[in-house]
Design a protein around this ligand. Structure first.
Ligand SMILES: [Fe+2]
Length: 301
């Protein structure tokens, strides 16, 4: 029985572009409270993810900030509001702004979430899940195709957390994500903390979810610490990355190549040395995994 599989299995179903994307390394989602620390320690931070929305219709100071960041770091724009699951389609004005930012930055890839944030033109203010149905897949595929027509660089899609499971769902989250990626030829921005949160809150083994996902589509990871509230895990981005999340990180890197990983921290900011420690740990995991053959699903369980 074939036990290991290095690059061979990766070229079968994945977009031709993904294996050729650059390795950006490990970085952090840009937040203003640690802006000065980023410049002081730029040799330890490989790239930054910026929230695209913060630079749409931005005032001159914000645009100067963007230029300064661009001079010192590779930047990846991460959107919040393409609302790829909205039945009414893509907001063309928002898409135009996103396309303008991408043109300005010329990033290796850009990203948004597998969710909806707008309904009938009204912004609902959070990343909302949809029922995992074939009808919803059609909506995502149509909207993602529109984005890809407009912005001609690799587009990667992030898995979100959810608090309820819809009775109308026709498949698992992993199957839903897989079908969308296969039909749109997009990469996966695998948020491993979101994956762990969903698996724990709904009693599913996270390794089984990894078995189901098309890990050959992974381009980038998000990682962050867990927060427990009323016996449920939530994605607060307010804590140090936990051992459980590092275990998921190692397992993903054992199974597939990762082009980049971003630490997400939005609240409860620690001394920057702790952030740097987490980035260094992530780099060690990725560097070690790159020296080893990738494991097939047969070996992973
Ligand atoms: Fe994330």
């Amino acid at each position: 029985m074939l036990l290991t599989d290095s690059a061979a299995g990766h070229s079968k179903s994945v977009s031709g572009k993904i294996p050729h994307l650059p390795h950006l390394g490990v970085g952090i989602g840009f937040r203003e409270p640690f802006r000065a620390d980023l410049f002081l320690h730029q040799d330890k931070i490989d790239f930054l993810e910026i929230t695209a929305d913060h630079y749409f219709d931005a005032h001159s100071k914000k645009l100067e900030e963007l230029d300064l960041l661009k001079q010192h770091f590779p930047l990846i724009p991460h959107g919040l509001n393409l609302s790829l699951g909205s039945a009414e389609g893509i907001d063309e004005i928002y898409l135009e702004k996103f396309a303008g930012l991408v043109e300005k930055l010329n990033p290796a890839w850009f990203s948004d979430h597998l969710c909806f944030t707008k309904s009938n033109g009204v912004n609902i203010g959070h990343l909302a899940p949809v029922p995992y149905t074939n009808e919803a897949i059609k909506i995502f595929v149509r909207n993602i195709s529109r984005v890809k027509d407009k912005i001609k660089i690799p587009f990667i899609l992030e898995n979100i957390t959810y608090n309820v499971r819809f009775p109308s769902s026709e498949m698992s989250e992993a199957e839903f994500i897989t079908k969308i990626l296969r039909e749109t030829d997009c990469g996966l921005l695998l948020d491993i903390t979101n994956l762990y949160i969903n698996s724990t809150n709904f009693g599913i083994d996270w390794r089984e979810i990894l078995d189901e996902l098309p890990l050959e589509n992974v381009v980038q990871l998000h990682f962050a610490g867990l927060h427990k509230h009323d016996n449920r895990l939530i994605d607060a981005h307010a804590n140090k990355t936990n051992d459980e999340i590092w275990e998921v990180f190692r397992e993903v890197c054992r199974r597939t190549n990762v082009k980049g990983a971003i630490l997400e921290r939005d609240e409860n900011f620690p001394p920057f040395a702790e952030i740097l420690d987490e980035i260094a740990t992530a780099k060690e995991i990725i560097d070690f995994a790159e020296t080893r053959p990738k494991l097939t699903k047969l070996l992973c369980r």
